[in-house]
Design a protein around this ligand. Structure first.
Ligand code: GLU
Length: 282
C-alpha cells in the first residue's frame, strides 16, 4: 500500500506552531514518498468542539499550503464504527463499566508508593475498583474501561516500527509495563460514545493510514493503540513521533497559547514561508 498519512486536529481551539509543524511534516513526508496526506477532524468531545474552530482549521491549513482530499473524515459522524469496535472488545469479555469519579480514583489509589507509577499515557492509573462489574450494568453515567490484565493475558510478540529521530527502531510491547504503567484505559468516556484511543485506532484503519506522523508527547500512547489494533484485528502502521515545538521558556505549546496561534501570525503579516522557517522546515 502506498504511503498514506494524516493530520488529526481537534477543533477545540486555534492551531498553533506545533500543529503547523506536525501537519507540514506529514505532508512533506507524504510528498517525498509519492503518497497521500489526509485530514481528519477529531471532534468526539462535542462539549468542547466548535464549528468556528473547525472552520479556522481549514482556513489556516489552506493558507499554509496544505491540500487534502474531500470529504474530510469527522469523528462525530462515525459513532457507529466506534460502538462496533467496543462491542467486539466487550464480546471478548475485555471491558467493564466504571462509575468512579476522579475523587474515588484518588482515594482508592491511596498514598504514592515508591517505584509505583501513578500516571500513564491515559492519565491516572486506575486502581481497578469496578473491574468485576458486568457490562449489563453499564449506564449513562459510566465510562467503559479495558481490562488490561485480561487484554494482555495471551499477548503474542507485538510491537511497532518507529522512524522518528528520538526512538528510531523497533519497539516491543511489554505486558508487565502495560498492566503496571498504563492500566485499565478508558474506551468510552462519559456521554461521549468513544475515547481518543478507540477512535484513533478505528479511524487510522478505516483511512488506510500506513504511517502515523505525530508529536513525541503521544509516544507512550502508541503502545495502547498497537494493543487495540491487535485486539480488533487491525493493521499496525509505522509511527513517526516528531520533536515538539516549544515556547521561549522551553514549554510545549498548548491550545491556550494563543500568542503562537497561526491566525495571530497571519494577522501580524507573516507568510507561510515564515512559519516553515519558525518550525525548522524552511
Ligand atoms: N487529535 C489528536 C491531537 O490533536 C491527534 C493525535 C494523533 O493521534 O495523531 O493531539
Amino acid at each position: 500500500m502506498s504511503f498514506t498519512t494524516r493530520f488529526a486536529p481537534s477543533p477545540t481551539g486555534p492551531l498553533h506552531l506545533g500543529h503547523a509543524y506536525s501537519a507540514l511534516l506529514a505532508q512533506d513526508m507524504a510528498r517525498a514518498a509519492g503518497g497521500t496526506f489526509l485530514l481528519r477532524i477529531e471532534d468526539i468531545d462535542q462539549s468542547r468542539a466548535r464549528p468556528e474552530w473547525e472552520a479556522l482549521i481549514y482556513d489556516d491549513l489552506h493558507w499554509l499550503g496544505l491540500r487534502w482530499p474531500n470529504p474530510v473524515m469527522r469523528q462525530s459522524e462515525r459513532m457507529d464504527r466506534y460502538s462496533a469496535a467496543l462491542d467486539r472488545l466487550a464480546d471478548m469479555d475485555l471491558t467493564y463499566p466504571c462509575r468512579c469519579r476522579r475523587g474515588d480514583i484518588e482515594a482508592a489509589a491511596g498514598a504514592p508508593q515508591e517505584g509505583v507509577p501513578r500516571f500513564g499515557p491515559d492519565g491516572r492509573i486506575y486502581p481497578g475498583t469496578c473491574h468485576a462489574r458486568p457490562m449489563a450494568e453499564a449506564g449513562a453515567e459510566d465510562v467503559i474501561r479495558l481490562n488490561m490484565d485480561k487484554a494482555t493475558a495471551a499477548l503474542p510478540p507485538l510491537g511497532f516500527a518507529e522512524t522518528g529521530p528520538a526512538h528510531e527502531g523497533r519497539h516491543a510491547l511489554d505486558r508487565d509495563h502495560l498492566c503496571r504503567a498504563v492500566g485499565d484505559i478508558v474506551l468510552v468516556r462519559r456521554r461521549m460514545g468513544s475515547s481518543y484511543h478507540l477512535s484513533v485506532v478505528v479511524d487510522d484503519a478505516d483511512q488506510g493510514i500506513t504511517d502515523v506522523v505525530r508529536g513525541l508527547d503521544l509516544f507512550e500512547a502508541t503502545q495502547i493503540h498497537v494493543l487495540l489494533q491487535h485486539l480488533l484485528g487491525l493493521p499496525t502502521p509505522i509511527y513517526h513521533h516528531h520533536r515538539l515545538i516549544r515556547d521561549d521558556q522551553g514549554k510545549r505549546l498548548a491550545k491556550r497559547d494563543d500568542a503562537r496561534a497561526i491566525a495571530k501570525y497571519r494577522a501580524d503579516g507573516a507568510t507561510p514561508e515564515d512559519i516553515r522557517r519558525m518550525v525548522g522546515l524552511g
